[in-house]
Design a protein around this ligand. Sequence first.
Ligand code: PLP
Length: 395
Amino acid sequence: MPFTVLSQELETRAAQGLLRRRNVLESAQGAHVTADGQPYLSFCSNNYLGLASHPQLVAALQQGAQQWGVGAGASHLVSGHCAPHHQLETQLADFAGKPAALLFSSGYLANLGAVQALTGRGDAVFADKLNHASLNDAMLLSRAEVRRYRHNDMTHLAQLLAQARSGRKLVITDAVFSMDGDLAPLPQLLALCEQHDAWLLVDDAHGFGVLGEHGRGALFHNKAPLPPGEGLGWGHSPRIIYMATLGKAAGVAGAFVAAEQVVIDTLINHARSYVYTTASPPALSVALLQSLHLIRQGDGLRAHLRDLIERLRAGLAGLPWKLMPSDTAVQPLLVGDNKDAVALSAGLRARGIWVPAIRPPTVPQGTARLRISLSAAHSTDDVEQLIAALHDLAR
Ligand SMILES: *Cc1c(COP(=O)(O)O)cnc(C)c1O
């Protein structure tokens, strides 16, 4: 039995400070949680608007289960595509400013399905080196030629695009980089895609609900007002295939792709992670319709979140560890060494504060960090407590 090989691999990982373990959460997701029997002030969830345990979402889910039962019973193409799924897709398309949208059971599956359905042998996929693992896996699965460009380096991408031979071209990028919190230069990416006749797949897992007017996401972020008659703006380009997840700011589960109708029809026919899986419970879509309503009305939550981000950045100036340049809810504190990052995380844990240490291979070697995620569920006192604890640990 090859078990000794497995144990040796795990021991090597442990010796490098890379062994992963899970904590058991014993309360609902929120700013204050209980895990493994201890209370913590938590800075480690992607529940950016605090909706994951919102009473209106809980009520919607209960009502959805009353009306629709629990399981969808079949895949979307057989008999599992229910009215709440369909209604949610219509509303998501409208909210994302695209003609059509398609629901997936998770963001991981949405990325696998979209890249695999749109590209194949003979095509080329161009990907930022810091993209999320699901996009990396998706391009390998697609069997297209894979070209990775240096993080946000438009000159490098332009070179790679210029070298591409025949076939379809797809550029894929996180909108907000999940472990860095910085933004992709979407208008510049789109300009290159136009020049080289490529599609642009934007993964907005961390921007949807948070960025842009009414939380409409990265395509609506920092948009200069257009002069009259200038059309709809870059975010409406038919080249953009927009993907966002529904388990982060939206507080529920799942994901969607929004794009031109012909793209969505292609996914319905060819995306294997859509076709060959059971539809998500329709009650989740009922909860998501309510979530979308709260996101639209969530300007107050987003203003509070922005205030917390500014407080944290001001408060952490002068620490021995560098806060990475980010003005999103993802605020990474760069430590460098794996074991130092784990020790700093443990120091906070001992003070009742939960901030995860992120290590390779999730991030490049030598860039282990604490990933502080802020949420509108945090109070200013919560953030002040984190700031004080980090200053204390620095002494
Ligand atoms: C979380 C995440 C995903 C995966 O979404 P899930 O719904 O959790 O499967 C995809 N892309 C990015 C950038 C993410 O952060």
